[in-house]
Design a binder for this molecule. Sequence first.
Ligand SMILES: [Zn+2]
Length: 314
Amino acid sequence: MSDVTPTPPDPSPPAEVLTIEESSGPPTVDALAGDGTSPDIRPENGSEAGRGAGEVRITWIGNATVLLEAGGLRLLTDPNFLHKGDHAKLGGGLRSKRLHEPTAQVADLLPLDVILLSHHHGDHWDEIADRDVPKDVQIVTTAHAAGKLRKAGFTRVRVLDTWDKVTLRRGSTELDVTALPGKHAPQPLAAIMPPVMGSMLDLRVGTGRCRIYVSGDTLMHDRLREIPERYPDIDLALVHLGGTRVLGILLTMDGEQGAEALELLDPDAAIPIHYEEYTVMKSPLRDFDAAVEWRRLRTQIHRLDRGDTFTFPI
Ligand SMILES: [Zn+2]
């Protein structure tokens, strides 16, 4: 993987037809994609060999909002456009102040082929997203979030249960999105926290491939152990950190849990996101840095500034 390339996002050519294929339950025959439970067997690590002259660009907009561009496909995660000083609604009357200005607004990011939403929480989908995201953009998310989005007028919402997969195709670019287990809160707060999903993104651009894990707002929990059993070869992880605490209860991974998750998942590289963004986030990036160093992880950590783009060939 290359170093961080701080270049602005580059507008895509006009959208071709984006086709979506769903897959859930028992494996189905699909000549082009995996079966949703067993990942493709790749003879070589996608980030090191078998490169297909494709390029992946990952731009951190702020909080958990990331623009992924590859082979003409544009995917945005967890769109959060509240401004610095605004308060995100976290449920149960709880609110938290944003400490950074997002580095882009919706209009700067269009056109979008798909939005991947880990859960419907005010620091991941906010009133600006409700207002400005085009109502016909494809959104892949949880059943809980889908209900809220449909009520807000969004017309193309795809629900994924854990381990379900959708395949998106745009020209010769293919992306499998598989929902993974996530756990946002222990009892008693679980009752007011929305369900959350992690995601695995299996991207194919020509003959190039890469596998990207997006943690979502999860804590370390037992079911995360199923992920490396099914996906032993992750190229890149986007880890939601921050150590969010409400009423003293930890709701997202802090630095120590983030490092523990990376040790478990063993990706080649990781980009920390979702930290120091709101007042409820109590674990700064330096906690994660110290925990990664203490565990002597082999994972290469790429620390982006908000607005930076990380580019790598596949
Ligand atoms: Zn969050």
